[in-house]
Design a protein around this ligand. Structure first.
Ligand SMILES: [Fe+2]
Length: 290
């Protein structure tokens, strides 16, 4: 697997459009940007909705640090509405190493750690409908590592096609831990199937450690041996490098991902010692406009 696997899905946005995204709301973009935006929407449909599930756009490197979140929010609003990413309502989340381990404690998140593996979808801790898309805008990469790994759910379903019993189990509900995002009085887990029908295509919502944390709760039944076997088979399929697309985002790139179609993870990374230079990406979750 080459780490430049994103090359076929990479396009360059022109400087004026990127600058416009950083300085005015989506509805106020000038007419001469509209053709470029239509082209961009075509690229998104072709690559994200129907193709590999990812589109990478470069051209954001010239922005000042303070303009980056605005440009990302404006870009995201061209596609739909921003969704809160946790109980505190964050719409633009900084993804950086906060020194945590995945799944430890009651509330920690994958995005706050530097560890790799654990392929998942975003919003695994949230009830349906989970976000259709998520974006990442890379401000700085790590010193080493931090490549993204993507596995498309249609390849996973194809891989497991000769094991219909396992697929049937994955289409039945599991308890996903809410990671503390539940409102007072709400249960601490949400029940949903790992595999589901998403507009006639296979959809997926998954993060194994959140499922294990959900079923480890006192008031939730233990995972059955059948469920464990189905999750093991799923993990085995998504760990197969032959199914994975691996690529590294560079500083100044914005990528959009089909969150219900792609399992994603990253390779473990090593950061720069200088805290001003550590890996930083901004993330949004998007509900597609009707
Ligand atoms: Fe994620």
């Amino acid at each position: 697997m080459a780490t430049d696997g994103f090359e076929p899905y990479r396009i360059t946005l022109d400087e004026q459009l990127v600058e416009a995204l950083a300085t005015r709301p989506a509805g106020e973009l000038a007419d001469h940007h509209q053709d470029r935006l239509r082209e961009l929407a075509d690229n998104r449909r072709r690559h994200v909705d129907q193709g590999a599930g990812v589109l990478v756009m470069d051209g954001f490197g010239a922005l000042r640090d303070s303009e980056v979140p605005t440009a990302l929010a404006t870009f995201s609003r061209l596609i739909g509405s921003l969704l809160p990413q946790n109980a505190s309502g964050e719409l633009i989340r900084e993804v950086r190493d906060r020194g945590t381990r995945i799944g430890e404690g009651r509330t920690t998140r994958y995005s706050d750690s530097r560890f790799g593996g654990n392929l998942h979808t975003d919003g695994a801790e949230a009830p349906h409908p989970v976000p259709e898309y998520f974006t990442l805008l890379c401000v700085r990469q790590a010193k080493q590592g931090g490549a993204l790994q993507l596995v498309h759910v249609r390849d996973v379903v194809r891989r497991l096609a000769d094991r219909p019993g396992l697929l049937a189990t994955l289409r039945e509900p599991f308890h996903f831990d809410r990671r503390g995002d539940e409102a007072p009085g709400e249960p601490p887990t949400t029940r949903k199937a790992v595999l589901f029908d998403d507009d006639g295509e296979p959809g997926v919502t998954y993060l194994r450690k959140y499922i294990e944390a959900g079923h480890a709760r006192d008031d939730v039944p233990d995972l059955t041996s059948q469920q464990v076997a189905a999750l093991d088979a799923l993990d085995e399929a998504i760990a197969d490098p032959a199914l994975a697309l691996e690529g590294t985002m560079r500083a100044g790139e914005l990528a959009i991902f089909a969150n219900r179609r792609l399992l994603h993870g990253r390779t473990e990374f090593v950061d720069h010692e200088d805290p001003a230079l550590t890996r930083l990406l901004y993330r949004t979750w998007i509900r597609r406009a009707a």
